[in-house]
Design a protein around this ligand. Structure first.
Ligand SMILES: [Zn+2]
Length: 71
C-alpha cells in the first residue's frame, strides 16, 4: 500500500526569521541596494516573508525571502 503524504507545513516552517540586512550588494552593478520594506511593528520578522530592496545606482529591485534564524 502506497501512501503519499502531503504536509505543506513541513516544507514551509513558520517562525522567527533572521532580520534582513538594511543594505545588500546589487548583483547587477555592485552598487548598494537599500531595504524598502519597513520592519514589522513588533520587530519580529517571519520566515517566508518577502522583503524588497532598491539599488541606488541602477534602480533595480531585488526581492528576498527571509530564511529561518537558526540556519
Ligand atoms: Zn544596481
Amino acid at each position: 500500500m502506497n501512501e503519499i503524504r502531503v504536509d505543506s507545513d513541513d516544507d514551509s516552517p513558520s517562525g522567527r526569521a533572521e532580520a534582513p540586512s538594511p543594505t545588500i550588494i546589487c548583483v547587477d552593478c555592485g552598487g548598494t541596494a537599500h531595504l524598502l520594506t519597513h520592519p514589522p511593528e513588533d520587530g519580529v520578522w517571519l520566515v517566508g516573508e518577502m522583503v524588497a530592496y532598491r539599488c541606488a545606482d541602477c534602480r533595480d529591485r531585488w526581492d528576498l525571502v527571509l530564511a529561518p534564524a537558526d540556519e
